[in-house]
Ligand binder design. Structure first.
Ligand SMILES: N[C@H](CCC[C@H](N)C(=O)O)C(=O)O
Length: 258
């Protein structure tokens, strides 16, 4: 089978994207997804995303982590699939699509995509960290000297030690002098640090607001892969109208025999 694929990245979180509207991709083939994401023997990516037709919205997003398993919502992947849908001519400036956690509205302006995330009903505040679900589960922990922090080692320890088999993504955050936040994330299903995590950045912004470390509801967040903005409205014990905004770019198109 010859597979046409596209490579996109959203602040360095990178994905193989496949137009699967003709249902040609073998969706149950975990080994194929993992091999396509392999950075030595395959295309290389943090995840793989299928775009399919949908009766209730403009298109459907199916997300796989690089371990080959389908997983929960991917924020940066959601931004990349909107750029992909625009490239394919499925939508122009605005869209709504269906992902595993429901319908998402989004807009695109050149390479900048604003993605509406699902509402967050609550944040669990513990002694040294917060836990919340922004479409994927996230542990959020403040650290000093984030640059030197051993994200992969500590992230793996917490991901397996505290969250067991189901796991969680682990975000380490530091507040900068100018009021922005810098985040580094260990991602479940990649089982390593990624350059950026969209649902993670969203979780951090909401947690920092709830912890009163920022009083703005439009939070700038720096990741190793680039800058993102999260806006939101407090709503009861949670938040609504949550929007993740940042760049999403096509890197290349290719064919692979598999
Ligand atoms: N690894 C995550 C899904 C992708 C999240 C991340 N790539 C994002 O941008 O939100 C999980 O299995 O919970």
């Amino acid at each position: 089978m010859i597979l046409t694929f596209y490579k996109y990245q959203g602040t360095g979180n990178d994905f193989v994207l496949v137009d699967n509207r003709k249902f040609t991709f073998p969706k149950e083939n975990i080994n194929l997804v993992a091999s396509l994401c392999d950075r030595k023997f395959g295309i290389g990516a943090d995840g793989l995303i299928l775009l399919e037709n949908d009766e209730m919205s403009d298109f459907k997003m199916i997300y796989y982590n690089s371990d080959g398993n389908q997983s929960s919502m991917c924020g940066n992947g959601g931004r990349c699939i909107v750029a992909f849908a625009n490239f394919l001519g499925i939508m122009d400036k605005a869209t709504s699509f269906t992902a595993i956690d429901g319908i998402h509205k989004a807009t695109i302006d050149k390479n900048t995509v604003s993605l509406q995330m699902q509402d967050v009903s609550e944040i669990h505040e513990l002694e040294k960290h917060c836990f919340l679900d922004t479409g994927s589960p996230h542990h959020v922990q403040l650290v000093n000297n984030l640059d030197a922090f051993e994200v992969a080692k500590e992230g793996k320890r917490i991901r397996y030690g505290l969250y067991g088999k189901k796991g969680s993504n682990i975000n380490f955050v530091q507040k900068s002098e100018n009021g922005t936040f810098t985040v580094r994330t260990y991602e479940r299903g990649v089982e390593n640090e990624t350059l950026s995590c969209g649902t993670g950045v969203t979780a951090v912004a909401l947690a920092m607001y709830r912890s009163k470390l920022t009083n703005t509801n439009k939070v700038q967040v720096k990741t190793l892969g680039g800058d993102l903005e999260v806006s939101f409205e407090p709503h009861g014990t949670g938040f609504k109208n949550i929007c993740l905004t940042g760049p999403a770019r096509q890197v290349f198109k290719g064919e692979i025999t598999c």
